[in-house]
Ligand binder design. Structure first.
Ligand SMILES: C[S@@+](CC[C@H](N)C(=O)[O-])C[C@H]1O[C@@H](n2cnc3c(N)ncnc32)[C@H](O)[C@@H]1O
Ligand code: SF4
Ligand code: SF4
Length: 366
């Protein structure tokens, strides 16, 4: 236990919109995930995306009509706030789910459905709410999203004429801890044949799990392997076994081929300072080729993030794709604003300190 507490959950409700509106601050951002998406936590509640709003609760998917909710007052308030140049809630000023540009098109006609199948995990990566919660002094129970609630939600959306454009089966936890994750993908494929459906996994499982997901309607399986050997891998993937993950990938690739599945397996390699030297990057590209899968290098933020420039990385990996979970342009703006705020606080503290020194030096009048 770390001695830290898992934060309490704050409810965000439509009846408080007049209060939120009064507190709104201008924004430099164009929008955020919630303008076009729903983030469903494994405990059936709706978070305000998966970042600073993870501990917000916008409602329960089992108790609401999700079609009505998606085009209801709370999400329209968020969309309208950004359009009018304001951040909807006070917490938004720290949110990394914001994007520079407003999301184009009619945001009320198709859904980006982000679903957290499980809050359980077999690894202990440092920058993950799942790790923080398990190490906290008040760890919440580890839960799996019930399939019945998932099914009700996608039927609600279908009945409301709201196609799921994307389904992301990933949250803070390992999706393969939920036995029903493959069924969630196949149900969504059945209802929304054109949906882009993907799953992220740490791949620390045996062949049975690989076979279950190889041909269940997923467009893409993203395999989180941030390294080329045990040493570089556990720098971030604490408790993970690189060889086991590699065995899982081999089994998955074989099963995809043998079943004629259209699912793409992708090696997702997050760039940290412990796994980004020239030799490691070149070897990763060669290993991916041998495995017969695409590799994508992902940028991240935080103390462990690679400090190499995209140009340096690109010069080594050549035509290989790079990407990021977050809008990196927005992340640099957030980092700049945080640095400015810190500098302003330092300046204020220094000014107060000099004032106090001056007051001490002055003779006390009687
Ligand atoms: C929180 S994980 C949950 C899914 C699964 N357990 C896994 O690790 O792939 C969701 C996604 O976040 C990515 N991720 C984990 N730590 C990250 C970090 N520090 N920066 C950026 N992405 C990260 C993972 O690689 C994965 O693609
Ligand atoms: S910017 Fe605000 S409304 Fe949007 S996801 Fe973040 S916390 Fe929620
Ligand atoms: S494997 Fe995924 S869910 Fe588990 S601790 Fe790491 S990032 Fe979090």
């Amino acid at each position: 236990m770390s001695g830290k507490l898992t934060p309490p959950v704050t409810k965000l409700t439509a009846d408080k919109i007049p209060e939120y509106r009064k507190e709104r601050k201008p924004t430099e951002f164009g929008g955020c995930f919630m303008c076009h998406g729903l983030f469903v936590k494994a405990d059936e509640s709706l978070g305000c995306s998966c970042q600073i709003g993870y501990y917000s609760d916008l409602g329960n998917i089992a108790r609401m009509d999700m079609g009505e909710f998606f085009n209801g007052p709370l999400l329209n308030y968020i969309r309208d706030s950004f359009k009018e140049g304001y951040e909807p809630f006070e917490m938004c000023s720290l949110c990394v789910s914001r994007t520079i540009k407003y999301l184009e098109g009619d945001l009320t006609h198709s859904v980006f459905l982000h679903v957290e199948p499980s809050t359980n995990c077999n690894l202990w990566c440092e920058i993950c709410f799942c790790t923080d919660e398990r190490k906290s002094t008040n760890p919440p129970p580890r839960v799996n999203l019930p399939y019945s609630s998932f099914e009700k939600m996608v039927h609600d959306l279908k009945a409301a004429g709201l196609p799921v454009g994307t389904l992301a089966l990933v949250g803070f936890g390992e999706p393969l801890f939920n036995n029903d994750t493959p069924r969630m993908a196949s149900k969504t494929r059945e209802l929304f044949p054109n949906a882009h459906i993907f799953l992220d996994t740490n791949a620390n499982f045996g062949g049975r799990r690989a076979k279950e997901i190889a041909n269940c309607g997923l467009t893409e399986i993203r395999l989180s392997l941030d390294g080329i050997d045990q040493e570089s891998y556990v720098g971030y993937r604490v408790g993970g076994n690189f060889q086991k993950a590699l065995g899982f990938v081999q089994c998955l690739v074989r099963e995809i081929r043998e079943t004629g599945s259209s699912t793409r397996a992708i090696w997702k390699y997050i760039l940290f300072s412990h796994n980004d030297n020239d030799e490691q990057l070149r070897l990763a590209v060669a290993m991916a080729k041998e495995l017969g899968i695409e590799i994508v290098f992902d940028y991240t933020v935080g103390a462990r993030a690679s400090t190499r420039t995209p140009e340096e990385i690109q010069a080594i990996i050549g035509t290989v794709r790079t990407s990021a979970n977050l809008d990196m342009e927005a992340q640099s703006l957030i980092a700049r604003r945080l640095a400015e705020a810190r500098e302003a606080a330092d300046r204020e503290a220094r000014a107060e300190h000099s004032e106090a020194q001056l007051a001490d030096a002055l003779p006390v009048s009687r």
